[in-house]
Design a protein around this ligand. Structure first.
Ligand code: C2E
Ligand code: CA
Ligand code: CA
Ligand code: CA
Length: 277
C-alpha cells in the first residue's frame, strides 16, 4: 500500500502533469504536421578524402507554426512511440527516391542515405513498402543507403537479417549509424549484409586531444578495414579532425567543416547545376 501510495503521489506531481500535458500537445501537433506539410528534408553531403561529394544524408526538419524549428531529437522518439514514424518515414523515402531518380536521369547520379528507425523497420510490410517506393520513383536501388542502428539487433535479429538481405539483394546498402554507442556485441557485423559504419560524432569530437578517443576511433577503422566496410566519420568540425581521420584511413567525412545540412530541394538543384564539387 505504501508503494502504490508513493506512485500515486508521483503521478499527480504537478511537474510531471505538465510534462505529460506538453507531450500530449506535441503529439497532437505531430499527427497534423504531415498533412499540413510542416516537415522538410535537409541534405548534408559526405565527401571522400579528396573532398569529392559521394553521398548526401537526408535529415528531417519540422517547422512548427508556433514552436518554430523543432529538433529531430525532440520529435522522432515521439513519432516512434505514436507510430507516426511509419507514414513519416515513407514520406522521407519517397522524397529521397524522387531526388535520386531525378539526379540519375539528369546524368548526375548520386547516393543518398536515409535514417530508418527500428519501429519503421519492424513494420510487417517494410520490405514491400521500400520495394514499392523504389519502383514508383524509378530510383536505382544501388543509389540508396539505409542507415540503421545497432538497436535493430536487440531482439528478433533473425527477422532483421532476412529483410536486410532481401533489400541488399536489390542493391540497397546498409550502414550502421551511431556505431559504437550501442550496447551490442560485435558478432552481428559478420552476419549482416553491411556496407558501411558511421562513427558517431561523440567519438570524433575529441580525437585531437583525447588519446582514449583517438585509440577507439583507430580501432574502429582497423576493424572496419578487416571487414571491408566503408567508414563515414560524422560530426567532423575542424581541419585537425579531418587530417587525423584521413591519416588513419577513414574514407568518408561528414560534418559542419564540409557543409551544414541545408534545404534538400535547393541542395539537389545545386548538385544538378554541378556547383557542388
Ligand atoms: P544522426 O543520424 O546521427 O545524424 C547526425 C546528426 O548530426 C544530425 O542531427 C546532423 O545535423 C548533426 N551534424 C552533422 N554534422 C555535424 C557536426 O559537424 N557537428 C555536430 N555537432 N552535429 C552535426 P539532426 O539533424 O539534429 O538529427 C538528429 C538525429 O535525428 C539523427 O542523428 C537521426 O538519428 C534522427 N533523424 C534525423 N532525420 C531522421 C529521419 O528522417 N528518420 C529517422 N528515423 N531519424 C531521423
Ligand atoms: Ca544518420
Ligand atoms: Ca550520430
Ligand atoms: Ca542516429
Amino acid at each position: 500500500a505504501k508503494e502504490s501510495g508513493r506512485n500515486a503521489v508521483a503521478l499527480f506531481d504537478p511537474q510531471m502533469q505538465s510534462v505529460l500535458r506538453e507531450r500530449d500537445a506535441l503529439e497532437r501537433d505531430l499527427r497534423q504536421a504531415l498533412q499540413r506539410r510542416e516537415f522538410a528534408l535537409h541534405l548534408q553531403p559526405q565527401v571522400d578524402q579528396d573532398g569529392r561529394v559521394c553521398a548526401a544524408e537526408a535529415l528531417l526538419r519540422w517547422q512548427h507554426p508556433e514552436r518554430g524549428n523543432v529538433p529531430p531529437l525532440n520529435f522522432i522518439r515521439l513519432a516512434e512511440e505514436c507510430g507516426l514514424i511509419v507514414p513519416l518515414g515513407d514520406w522521407v523515402l519517397e522524397q529521397v527516391c524522387t531526388w535520386l531518380a531525378r539526379c540519375a536521369t539528369a546524368g548526375r547520379p548520386l547516393h543518398m542515405a536515409v535514417n530508418v528507425s527500428v519501429r519503421q523497420f519492424r513494420e510487417p510490410n517494410f520490405l514491400a513498402r521500400v520495394e514499392q517506393i523504389l519502383r514508383q520513383s524509378g530510383a536505382d536501388p544501388l543509389h540508396l543507403t539505409l542507415e540503421v542502428t545497432e538497436s535493430l539487433l536487440i531482439d528478433d535479429a533473425e527477422a532483421s537479417v532476412d529483410i536486410m538481405s532481401a533489400l541488399a539483394k536489390l542493391g540497397v546498402r546498409f550502414s550502421i549509424d551511431d556505431f559504437g554507442i550501442g550496447y551490442s556485441s560485435l558478432s552481428y557485423l559478420r552476419r549482416l549484409p553491411l556496407r558501411e559504419i558511421k562513427i558517431d560524432k561523440s567519438f570524433v569530437q575529441d580525437i585531437v586531444d583525447n588519446a582514449d578517443d583517438a585509440a577507439l576511433v583507430q580501432t574502429m577503422l582497423s576493424m572496419a578495414k578487416h571487414l571491408r566496410l566503408t567508414v563515414v566519420a560524422e560530426g567532423v568540425e575542424t581541419q585537425a579532425q579531418r587530417d587525423l581521420l584521413c591519416q588513419w584511413g577513414c574514407q568518408r567525412l561528414q560534418g559542419y567543416l564540409i557543409d551544414r545540412p541545408s534545404d534538400g530541394a535547393l541542395w539537389v538543384e545545386r548538385w544538378l547545376a554541378a556547383s557542388v564539387a
